[in-house]
Every structure is written in C-alpha cells, then in structure tokens.
Design a protein around this ligand. Structure first.
Ligand SMILES: [Zn+2]
Length: 294
C-alpha cells in the first residue's frame, strides 16, 4: 500500500481537511531507526503530522521542520518534510520502553512529557526561515500540533494522529488528519464540526479497517458536503547525498579536519535521518581540507 494524502474542501468551502495514510512510511522509519513500540508511535505521529503540514506548503523548494523537545525520556524528535509530503525523521531515544497508559494505549505522552516545546520551522525560500513555537500540552503530538496552530498561527485546527503497533512490533496501521475552518466559517458550522470530531472513530482504527483517505474524510465529516480537491503520494525519504555530507565536513573547519586526518586517517559519517553511511579515505579528506582552506 502506498502512502498518500488527500485534501478535501466542504461546508460551502469553509472547511478543509487533509487525510494521510502513512502505514508504510512509518514502518520504513521503524526499520531504519529500530524503534521500540512507544518510540515508533511517537516518531510515526510526528512524521505523519509533519508530512501533512509540509503538504500545505506552496513552493517547490519549501521545507517544514517539526521539532519536539520533550521533557521526559524522549528528548527530541525531528521530522522534515517538503511540499509533496515526503518526510524524513529522527528520534533521540529509539529504545524507550514504557507501559501502556490508563486508556490502554502506548503512552506517547508519558514518553515525550508535557513540559517541552513544539517548534515549527518553515523554510519558504526567503532570507530568514519562519520559526514558530508553542508549549507542549500533552506530549501526545496531535494536541500539541493543534495548540501550535492556535497559539502560533491563530489557526484553529483539529488534529488527529494515530499509529497502531502489531504484536511483533511492526506498524499495523498509521495515519492522521488535520481539519481547519477557513476565515468565512459560520458559527453553526463550527459547532457541527466539533460534534463530528467528537463522534469520529480513532484514526488508527479506521486505517486498520482498510478505509481509504476518502472514506475516512466522509466518515469524519459525514454531515458536510465534502469534495476531494487533491491527492498526492509521499514516502519516508531522505535527501542526503555525498555532496551534502562533504559540505558538512568542510564546515567543521580546518582544525577539526586536520585532527581527523592525522588521528583517524578516515571518516565515517552516518546520516541521522536515514542511517546511510558515507565513508571518506585520507585522500578524500585532504581534498576537503584544501576546500576548507579556500
Ligand atoms: Zn539521509
């Protein structure tokens, strides 16, 4: 099954919804980062949220970084997406083990904590990136993204993210949706929306039952006349390459590079996001050193 996002518009064009099916890409992330169940759920929710938020970007070279600075065992999660929704992600403590919470679910909020920050960086190709941040509310990710939209962008949003883990630790189902009322929305529509969201089944159970993005949109917003206005496929995808790693090596400076050349005679750089290894021998490092001196 491929990963995709559908976007829908309805309620006389005053409500928009993005629904993402991300089971495969979150499973890919789990394999790369070898995450424990609660870390898979946390990383998966962040990747799914970032992917949807990234897909809202307009420009081809725009990027969105979602960073969670947790106050508990998971100290940091970073997910970076582009305008197509392709996302790469990283988690600082992939082995966190926590029991299930009192709702019988993996305790993502307990693993992340509720005293940290959510930081959103939008690189829109301007001189300076846009940086917004808000306090974590629950550490469950979805509520924290909704709070970010409210406080940092004054955009009310309903955010739902869910990852269901199979008995063998693999990802059984993953997905999410973001619903946003648009400026001309009527009070009555907002009340209806609130009611609809309250009664909606959990996103992970809907994805697990095999519902498509379209079917999920119709199920959640059944009292609204919704229309699909776009669909795009995406994946867990890293954009690292030899050239970028070389640039990073050059940027550590002459002194560091000289030390590496003299002491180790080689370097192995591992990409944080996809774990790809880049190896440099002495000759290659000397070439980079020469470039650093320029
Ligand atoms: Zn990479």
């Amino acid at each position: 099954m491929t990963n995709y996002i559908i976007r829908g518009l309805g309620g006389n064009k005053t409500i928009r919804i993005f629904v993402a099916i991300t089971t495969d890409m979150v499973e890919k992330a789990r394999k790369i980062h070898n995450t424990s169940p609660v870390a898979t759920a946390a990383l998966g929710r962040a990747i799914t949220g970032a992917s949807i938020m990234g897909s809202m970007l307009k420009g081809e070279k725009n990027k969105l970084t979602l960073q969670i600075k947790g106050s508990n065992e998971i100290k940091s999660i970073v997910a970076v997406s582009d305008h197509t929704g392709n996302t790469k992600g990283y988690i600082s403590h992939p082995n966190v083990e926590l029991s299930i919470n009192d709702k019988g679910k993996l305790d993502v909020g307990g693993a992340i904590g509720n005293k940290g920050k959510l930081i959103i960086i939008k690189d829109l190709g301007l001189k300076e990136p846009y940086i917004g941040q808000s306090n974590l509310i629950t550490g469950e990710v979805a509520e924290d993204i909704a709070a970010y939209y409210m406080y940092s962008e004054q955009q009310p949003s309903v955010v739902s993210l869910g990852v269901l883990i199979d008995v063998d630790g693999s990802v059984k189902a993953s997905g999410g949706f973001i619903i946003q009322p648009l400026p001309d929305v009527e009070e009555e529509t907002l009340v209806m929306l609130e009611e609809a969201v309250k009664n909606a089944p959990s996103i992970s159970s809907m994805v697990d039952s095999g519902m498509s993005g379209h079917e999920i949109m119709v199920e959640v917003l059944k009292n609204f006349d919704m229309e699909i206005i776009g669909k795009q496929e995406m994946d867990f995808k890293c954009d690292c390459d030899e050239e970028k790693i070389e640039k990073a090596l050059i940027s550590i400076g002459e002194e560091e590079l000289t030390t590496i050349i003299n002491e180790d005679e080689k370097a192995e750089i591992v990409c944080h996001f996809c774990k790809t290894k880049y190896n440099f021998n002495k000759k290659e490092l000397k070439k980079l050193l020469a470039e650093a001196k320029e």
